[in-house]
Ligand binder design. Structure first.
Ligand SMILES: *[C@@H]1O[C@H](CO)[C@@H](O)[C@H](O)[C@H]1NC(C)=O
Ligand SMILES: *[C@@H]1O[C@H](CO)[C@@H](O)[C@H](O)[C@H]1NC(C)=O
Ligand SMILES: *[C@@H]1O[C@H](CO)[C@@H](O)[C@H](O)[C@H]1NC(C)=O
Ligand SMILES: *[C@@H]1O[C@H](CO)[C@@H](O)[C@H](O)[C@H]1NC(C)=O
Ligand SMILES: *[C@@H]1O[C@H](CO)[C@@H](O)[C@H](O)[C@H]1NC(C)=O
Length: 377
């Protein structure tokens, strides 16, 4: 089938592009195993429910604050650490790490601020802040922040529903603060979320019950990754339908990047990319743009971004363009090819090698093609 060939063309463009421009070296060769990349201000985030403000038997969490949101992830990682090999390598193998790391990247790159510019929410000096600083404010007028709500609060509530924070809660109520804008587009309680987001809440619940169950026997990384990614994709689908107005506040370059990011997530899901600390840090440190994109930004020629960042933005643009032209068949073909653990494994190697050794990634693509031809699915 002709459309199946697109899929190989795209990564090859990325690879040849990268290798023609420059040999990748120095920073990219860092031994990531020895460099835990915690999200920014991770140490300031509440480590458990006990560290949030409490009053009248109620724990108050404000998801519109960066530290409070990271605190929800921290609680989940703390609670699931053992099940996902969290205690090994300082806990950085837990697959949940992908979520707070992504949120940290959004924070560092100014993607959580008020994009109408009407308030100071999310603006400020990241290195010197005082009590009045709004740097930790997360704005509902940010597409990234709104999308991330679905990827933080819902997993947190699902983990709570699965009984993860039982000891900390002990009769306390947990109250989540609604935003002052778009409040009806979010949910705040387990029951509420289960009603509004039936599919994704069910998948999250499936993921957390698997973790609870396998902690007694043996947790399979592949099964855990499959369940987490299923929920992840559904949560993003839910958000994508709701925040078109917020998306339109972004520059057109950033809008395209946002849409490309959504597609990439579904391709990463197909290979069950291991969203542990090591893999996620590497991926986002090398590939994701370090600042919000402006109207005039045109990859691969953005002066203040690295070559790899430029190349990845460029490839994302191509991906969107070709995927649209082919009626969405690139992403669906990629997903179809990743139907067996053998091809998914190659897919993961391609993603890992992409930035470090393009030649070896090209090799992997050939072997993916070969596996597909010789074994089918
Ligand atoms: C404390 O919680 C109870 C039950 O939720 C409520 O009836 C009461 O008004 C609350 N008191 C204050 C001071 O918020
Ligand atoms: C907000 O400010 C930025 C930077 O000055 C500008 O590029 C953007 O267009 C402004 N957004 C709106 C909605 O006015
Ligand atoms: C933040 O504030 C400090 C001290 O006033 C200053 O040295 C630094 O350059 C500022 N950083 C940014 C990014 O504005
Ligand atoms: C935990 O670690 C063991 C050995 O390192 C590995 O075989 C297993 O798949 C891991 N499980 C998870 C859920 O990461
Ligand atoms: C391609 O883009 C057009 C115009 O933006 C849009 O109407 C169409 O739905 C897109 N097709 C796919 C498959 O994404």
């Amino acid at each position: 089938m002709k459309s199946k060939l697109f899929i190989f063309w795209i990564p090859l463009t990325c690879l040849t592009g990268i290798s023609l421009i420059q040999p990748i070296h120095s920073k990219d060769d860092t031994d990531w195993k020895n460099v835990p990349q915690f999200p920014r201000y991770w140490e300031k985030a509440p480590a458990s429910l006990a560290e949030y403000p409490k009053n009248n038997n109620t724990v108050y969490i404000n998801p519109w604050n960066y530290l409070d949101r990271q605190g929800m992830y921290k609680s989940i990682i703390e609670a699931t650490g053992k099940q996902l090999n969290g205690t090994e390598l300082g806990g950085n193998l837990n697959l949940i790490w992908g979520l707070p790391l992504q949120h940290g990247w959004q924070f560092e790159t100014g993607r959580l601020r008020d994009f109408t510019n009407r308030t100071l929410c999310g603006f400020g000096n990241d290195t010197h802040f005082d009590e009045k600083s709004e740097i930790f404010c997360v704005s509902p007028k940010s597409w990234w922040a709104s999308m991330n709500y679905y990827l933080s609060v819902l997993p947190f509530l699902a983990a709570m529903d699965a009984g993860y924070f039982k000891d900390e809660i002990k009769g306390l109520k947990v109250e989540l603060k609604p935003p002052n804008f778009n409040a009806d587009k979010f949910c705040y309680e387990i029951k509420d979320c289960k009603n509004k987001e039936i599919k994704s809440m069910k998948s999250l619940s499936d993921f957390f019950s698997y973790l609870k169950k396998c902690s007694q026997t043996k947790c399979e990384t592949d099964i855990a990754a499959e369940k987490l990614w299923k929920a992840h994709v559904e949560l993003i689908d839910a958000g994508t339908k709701l925040f078109d107005d917020e998306l339109s506040l972004l520059s057109s370059a950033e809008q395209r990047f946002g849409k490309g990011w959504v597609k990439t997530v579904s391709m990463l899901a197909a290979i069950r990319f291991r969203t542990n600390m090591i893999q996620t840090s590497k991926f986002q440190e090398l590939g994701l743009p370090k600042r919000i994109l402006w109207e005039t930004d045109a990859a691969p020629n953005i002066q203040d971004l690295s070559q790899t960042e430029n190349m990845c933005l460029y490839v994302l643009d191509l991906l969107l363009y070709w995927d649209n032209l082919s009626g969405g068949s690139i992403v669906s073909t990629w997903n179809a090819v990743m139907c067996s653990e053998a091809t998914r494994k190659i897919g993961r190697t391609i993603m890992t090698d992409l930035f470090q050794s393009p030649l070896s990634a090209a090799n992997d693509i050939m072997s993916l093609l070969w596996t597909r031809i010789t074994r089918g699915c």
